[in-house]
Design a protein around this ligand. Structure first.
Ligand SMILES: *Cc1c(COP(=O)(O)O)cnc(C)c1O
Length: 379
């Protein structure tokens, strides 16, 4: 089965009860047993729920994995991965990282005795400088948020395998439409399904996808033992979102390209960060590991002035000023004061998240309307 077909049919079947084509929302906490232990595979909805299971199967299918796990948020999914570790273990992480992931790592898991190295990974070979006997996990986000750096997943997987370290890839920005990290050698794929997977800005959810059975069992144990699952209503919505992922992504990519080119030609724009540009430092890696370049980009205004950036985002009319990304509607954000406010200013500026940086999630509206909106806001 190819990707577009998988989004609709992958690991799915009509409901066993009445043949419903969409899995019903099994809004139940528990399941009747005929005799103690005599059940149809479902005992309690923290452990299993048929709607969630249909979604977890879809997650696995679209990422070319064997096992999918759904969580109550992207951060809950990351939290579950971190619970594979023990005090004294070390993690090598991308330094340009979703702010909430950085906060989870530093404010919670550092306190549990896990050591993090935040490392520039534009050259994957740099990762090896931080490997030691305690290194248990490499955490990669690519494209990175919000600088749209590209990390070579295959090269990173080679280093991880050589030292017997798990490699996890946050695939939220790319989605499996653009890149499939398990095929490139990663052990764990993570999603904030809140974003492109859900696609309609109407739910908060996380996903993990793996192919190794032992690893899957350890993660299912953590999912059930810690309990950060999603409810059946959200599982239904995410499953519906997946069925149009490929058509939405195609338009996100087309509009993204048009908007990136427009911004790059604008006299008031200093720089546009988008992996589709030939002068992007890792454009060739993006081209080899991604099918297209997506609708996420960042840019800063000439003069690098905080107030200018605020004025631009306030003046936008079709782009909504909001956190988050990946929905059908276009969003603009100011990372320094919004998504990345939890990262100390010096750390933030070191990675390029300057005061004037604006991040765009280009939606699937008409390209002309989006460009005209940017034109009037920059004007
Ligand atoms: C939003 C996001 C997360 C966190 O996901 P939530 O669903 O908000 O918990 C993690 N990584 C990336 C890249 C994100 O954009």
């Amino acid at each position: 089965m190819k990707f577009n077909t998988k989004t609709i049919h992958g690991k799915q079947h009509p409901d066993f009860a009445y043949g419903a084509v969409m899995p019903p929302i099994y809004q139940t906490s528990t399941y009747a047993q005929t005799t103690p232990g005599g059940h149809k595979g479902f005992e309690y909805s923290r452990t299993h729920n048929p709607t969630r299971q249909a979604l977890e199967n879809a997650f696995a299918s679209i990422e070319n994995g064997e096992f999918g796990l759904a969580f109550g948020s992207g951060l809950a999914a990351i939290d579950a991965v971190m619970k594979l570790l023990k005090p004294g273990d070390e993690v090598i992480s991308t330094n340009d990282l979703y702010g909430g992931t950085y906060r989870l790592f530093t404010s919670i898991f550092e306190g549990f005795g896990i050591k993090f190295h935040f490392v520039g990974m534009n050259n994957a070979a740099n990762i090896e400088n931080f490997v030691n006997d305690n290194t248990k996990l490499i955490w990669v986000e690519t494209p990175t948020n919000p600088m749209l750096n590209i990390i070579d997943i295959k090269a990173t997987a080679t280093i991880a395998k050589k030292h017997n370290i798990l490699l996890a890839v946050d695939n939220t920005f790319a989605t499996p439409y653009l890149q499939q990290p398990l095929d490139l050698g990663a052990d764990i794929v993570m999603h904030s399904a809140t974003k492109y997977i859900g696609g309609h800005s109407d739910l908060v959810m996380g996903a993990l996808i793996v192919s190794d059975k032992d690893l899957a069992n350890r993660l299912y144990f953590i999912q059930n033992a810690s309990g950060a699952i999603c409810g059946p209503q959200d599982a239904f919505l995410a499953l519906r979102g997946i069925k149009t992922l490929h058509v939405r992504m195609q338009r996100h990519c087309e509009n993204g390209k048009a908007v990136a080119n427009y911004l790059a030609s604008h006299p008031k724009v200093e720089k546009v960060y988008w992996p589709g540009f030939e002068n992007h430092p890792n454009h060739s890696i993006a081209k080899s590991q991604m099918n297209d370049f997506g609708g996420m980009m960042s840019f800063n205004t000439k003069g690098n002035n905080y107030e200018d950036a605020i004025k631009v985002v306030e003046n936008l009319k079709i782009f909504t000023l909001a956190e988050s990304l990946g929905g059908v509607e276009s969003l603009a954000g100011h990372p320094a004061s919004m998504t990345h406010a939890s990262i100390p200013r010096e750390e933030r500026i070191k990675t390029g998240v300057v005061d004037s940086l604006i991040r765009l999630s280009v939606g699937i509206e008409d390209e002309e309307d989006l460009i005209n909106d940017l034109k009037q806001a920059l004007g």
